[in-house]
Ligand binder design. Structure first.
Ligand SMILES: Cc1cc2nc3c(=O)[nH]c(=O)nc-3n(C[C@H](O)[C@H](O)[C@H](O)COP(=O)(O)OP(=O)(O)OC[C@H]3O[C@@H](n4cnc5c(N)ncnc54)[C@H](O)[C@@H]3O)c2cc1C
Length: 500
């Protein structure tokens, strides 16, 4: 927040997320009592308000606390969360309400290149669960037939096909090189000279990604010599399971992210624990079950920002409406060791896939759409009972579930999310900075939507704020070259914001 520093993160999916920072001498004012009728609120310790305790909000709070530790910014941070829990879309549920059976409701993986989450896991002593050795049998279903039925670990299989270019022999290697180059550019966001951005298009240009965001995945990969079959089966399977979107409607950057998952991992017991630790570490005041209903600015001399819960008043209208993919997630347990072979038109002795992804290509050729985006077996709760997760565009019927698992369905849990932004090719993104002291962290989501990138986007916003309000400062304090811990951190291990 500025003229007062009101720094706001708004969540386009679920409502408003606001982070405000108010400094004493420059007015804006965050009124934590939610009484917009007051004329001029009393002055005191400057406050930051963060609306939403998901990856973005919790990490924003953490980054501010880093600045507090390092150069003693005197601010108080309030985090408002409309639900009773921390973690937002990162959510764990317990089959049969038994907390010994944990399962991430969102599939929720991250990789080693996600340096903030990786580092947080280490710093907070959380246990990483390596998923790369999961030996799922991968199948790709087009709504009517099983087009692909691999018998090995699915990411490994994808990587092998990618590496050796089974379907598009000569170009696949070069494309793999391009994806690696993209990941390597991305890691520049963790270096000490990481760019700061308030315009995502300019960031994309700086990273050399304009072509990727302006092209659909299909156009981009086909233009680069990958066969249509590879694109519409394998890569589309990855975009549909990761983003619920088809390869010809998602931009190529996010499509490339979908296939860059090398060394997938998650936190044992749920990724939300990272976000809980961020908040605990930050010492922020966390108000759960508190829904922010509007953010307004008073017309008094100080022009304070006011965050309102349920008292009405006019909302902030600077953010264009962001369409999100509405996803149904069904988690169930079954004693059936595999999906029904008849449904998949498989012979009785054929091995049914334990990870069934989908392509929309059947529809392009006049066929039927798949009834789901993915179905995957995710471990066991006992020797004879498996956990299965289904992503679908529409709710699934219990009857359909029973037929798919031979009448052997036990516990069922259904949830829905505005899961990820719609990600069409574009070079236009929502504004990161909405006004003086008012920021929208989720502006980054239509560019790349992951837990990690929300922590990167929040770091940027906190940094922008500090930079503007503290004369070129940052989370790491005034930038004095050659100082601080960074000098003793190996270049490859350095993570901007953590090591400075
Ligand atoms: C099914 C599914 C699978 C996914 N898989 C992965 C994956 O494998 N890897 C990955 O990195 N990402 C994955 N994602 C995406 C990832 O979960 C999101 O990118 C990330 O959680 C976004 O974090 P956020 O803090 O921006 O938003 P959210 O997590 O949505 O947090 C926003 C928070 O704000 C709160 N809130 C909203 N409005 C208000 C209000 N008015 N007042 C108070 N509080 C409010 C919400 O309750 C919520 O807690 C998945 C998402 C889903 C749904």
């Amino acid at each position: 927040m500025r003229t007062a520093l009101l720094l706001s993160l708004l969540s386009a999916t679920l409502g408003v997320k606001a982070l405000q920072l108010q400094l004493p001498f420059k007015v804006p004012f965050f009124q934590s009592t939610f009484s917009p009728e007051d004329d001029e609120p009393p002055r005191g310790t400057p406050r930051v308000a963060i609306v939403g305790a998901g990856a973005a909000g919790s990490s924003a709070s953490f980054w501010i606390s880093k600045a507090q530790e390092r150069f003693g910014v005197d601010v108080e941070v309030d985090v408002y969360e409309k639900t009773s829990r921390i973690g937002g879309r990162s959510l764990t549920v317990y089959p049969y309400d038994n907390d010994t059976y944990k399962s991430n409701l969102a599939r929720s993986i991250f990789i080693k290149a996600n340096k903030n989450l990786w580092r947080a896991a280490q710093e907070f002593n959380l246990t990483l669960k390596d998923l790369s050795s999961d030996d799922a049998n991968l199948g790709i279903w087009d709504g009517e037939e099983l087009r692909v039925n691999f018998g090995k670990g699915w990411w490994d299989t994808l990587k092998i096909v990618w590496r050796y270019g089974v379907l598009s022999p000569r170009r696949a290697d070069s494309l793999q090189v391009q994806v690696s180059a993209m990941v390597s550019k991305y890691t520049s966001l963790y270096s000490s000279d990481s760019p700061k951005w308030d315009n995502i298009t300019e960031l994309a240009i700086g990273l050399g990604w304009l072509d990727l965001i302006e092209s659909s995945g299909a156009d981009y990969f086909i233009k680069n010599g990958v066969s249509k079959q590879y694109v519409f089966e394998l890569i589309e399977a990855a975009t549909r399971v990761n983003y619920g979107q088809n390869i010809d409607s998602i931009h190529a950057l996010e499509a490339a992210c979908s296939i860059a998952a090398n060394g997938a991992t998650q936190i044992e017991g749920g990724n939300w624990q990272i976000f809980e630790r961020f908040l605990n570490h930050s010492g922020a005041n966390v108000y759960t079950n508190t829904k922010v209903t509007s953010i307004t600015q008073k017309q008094s001399k100080s022009r304070p920002w006011i965050v309102n819960s349920d008292k009405g008043s006019t909302g902030y209208k600077a953010i264009p409406k962001q369409p999100y993919v509405h996803l149904h997630v069904t988690l169930l347990t079954t004693t059936s060791p595999s999906m029904n072979r008849t449904y998949l038109s498989l012979s009785p002795d054929a091995k049914a896939p334990s990870m069934l992804l989908t392509t929309y290509d059947g529809v392009r050729q006049g066929g039927k759409a798949p009834e789901f985006n993915s179905i995957s077996y995710h471990g066991k709760i006992s020797e004879t009972e498996w956990i299965v997760k289904i992503f679908s565009e529409a709710p699934v019927e219990d009857e359909w579930l029973q037929s798919l698992f031979d009448g052997q369905v036990g516990w069922v849990h259904k949830a829905e999310f505005d899961a990820y932004p719609k990600l069409p090719p574009t070079s236009e993104f929502p504004p990161t900075k909405l006004d003086q002291g008012f920021f929208y962290v989720n502006a980054f989501e239509p560019f790349i939507s992951t837990m990690e990138t929300e922590t990167v986007a929040s770091r940027n916003v906190v940094d922008l704020l500090l930079n503007e309000e503290f004369g070129g400062s940052s989370i790491c304090g005034p930038r004095i070259s050659g100082s601080t811990k960074e000098a003793i951190v190996k270049e490859s291990d350095f993570v901007f914001g953590w090591d400075c």
